[in-house]
Design a binder for this molecule. Structure first.
Ligand SMILES: NC(=O)c1ccc[n+]([C@@H]2O[C@H](COP(=O)([O-])OP(=O)(O)OC[C@H]3O[C@@H](n4cnc5c(N)ncnc54)[C@H](OP(=O)(O)O)[C@@H]3O)[C@@H](O)[C@H]2O)c1
Length: 307
């Protein structure tokens, strides 16, 4: 089959959009859009949600009877195992795994306690790897694909999103290692890295940002307070003004799953692409200068802040 679509030409250079695909974090934002888009294209979509009611809501939005919600919390090994067992029972294999579920824990690193930092890594890194491990036998059987959702912040860390950046850097490293480990087994692995896209994550980040400085003594919070507040406000504005849409993201995931020769990386949005380029080309001092407005000007050699 071949023909023109929003993605270019199906046929030569494209694989058919068929077979089961699991999308984690499909209750909202990018995962939701992606699940509905992949269903529309022809995939059998297993839409990962943490609550039954989110699955029911998604079903009311599904138009093609090819989407089934599956309850999976990526930090809960039993639920991940149950998900893999269900995929095995109902489909026998897996054509694609989209590791999209994620959270963002904002705050100056000095103000985050170990539990907050652990939660960030539990969801975005350790949970993600657990999902990969549980589904690899099924992906191997189908010569399937893994799509890891990272971010522009997986290549350059900005102040006040250090925990999130650390998780994205780690996810990038896992992606590279998995890509090289699994290539001989016929499982392709690639990254989809979006820039700012307006989704519910930004509301959650703003709320968490409000509380980020509350848990530490005022003397610890004070040096950061004004700059952090300005950063959070700027971030929210950037997301609201972003011209990149969840549909752009869903299209990139679809390409990663159907390109006959998938790229190793699909950037989504000019800001993400720019971040990747800056991180690759600029030496550290120039990158520092690029981000210097965020946390405030650097102290001079005497340790005093410039006036
Ligand atoms: N939006 C952006 O600007 C942007 C930019 C770069 C990268 N990203 C990445 O894109 C991905 C999706 O973000 P989004 O903007 O769509 O955020 P979102 O609207 O907040 O969606 C996050 C999804 O992850 C799920 N999730 C959270 N913790 C989970 C857990 N323990 N187990 C399973 N699912 C869990 C959430 O489920 P619940 O509803 O149950 O909490 C939700 O479905 C994230 O990995 C994020 O880092 C987003």
């Amino acid at each position: 089959m071949s023909g023109r679509t929003a993605y270019g030409r199906w046929g030569a250079g494209r694989l058919p959009a068929q077979g089961p695909v699991l999308v984690t974090g499909a209750s909202s934002g990018l995962g939701r859009e992606c699940a509905l888009e992949l269903e529309a294209l022809g995939f059998q979509v297993l839409a990962g949600v943490r609550r039954e009611e989110d699955g029911e809501k998604l079903l009311t939005e599904s138009l093609h009877d090819r989407l089934r919600p599956v309850v999976v919390d990526v930090t809960d090994e039993a639920s991940v195992r149950a998900c893999a067992e269900r995929v095995e029972r109902e489909h026998g294999g897996l054509r694609g795994l989209v590791n999209n579920a994620g959270i963002c824990v904002p705050g100056p690193l000095e103000c985050l306690d170990a539990d907050q930092f652990r939660r960030q890594l539990d969801v975005n890194v350790i949970g993600h790897l657990g999902v990969v491990r549980a589904h690899l036998p099924l992906l191997r059987r189908s010569r399937g694909r893994i799509v890891n959702v990272t971010s522009g912040l997986g290549k350059a860390a900005v102040p006040f999103l250090g925990a999130y950046s650390a998780a994205q850097f780690a996810k990038e490293a896992l992606n590279d290692a998995l890509r090289r480990e699994l290539a001989p087994q016929g499982v392709r692995v690639c990254v989809v890295a979006p820039g700012a896209i307006l989704t519910p994550i930004w509301g959650k980040v703003s709320e968490a940002g409000e509380r980020a400085l509350d848990g530490v003594p005022a003397a610890v919070a004070e040096p950061y307070r004004a700059a952090f507040r300005a950063f959070m406000a700027g971030n929210a504005q950037q997301a609201a003004a972003s011209r990149t849409t969840p549909e752009d993201f869903a299209r990139a995931v679809a390409r990663a799953l159907t390109d006959a020769r998938p790229r190793t990386r699909y950037w989504v949005g000019a800001d993400a692409r720019r971040m990747g380029r800056l991180a690759r080309l600029l030496p550290d001092p120039l990158l520092d200068r690029r981000f210097s407005g965020i946390a405030g000007p650097a102290a001079g050699p005497t340790g005093r802040r410039p006036r």
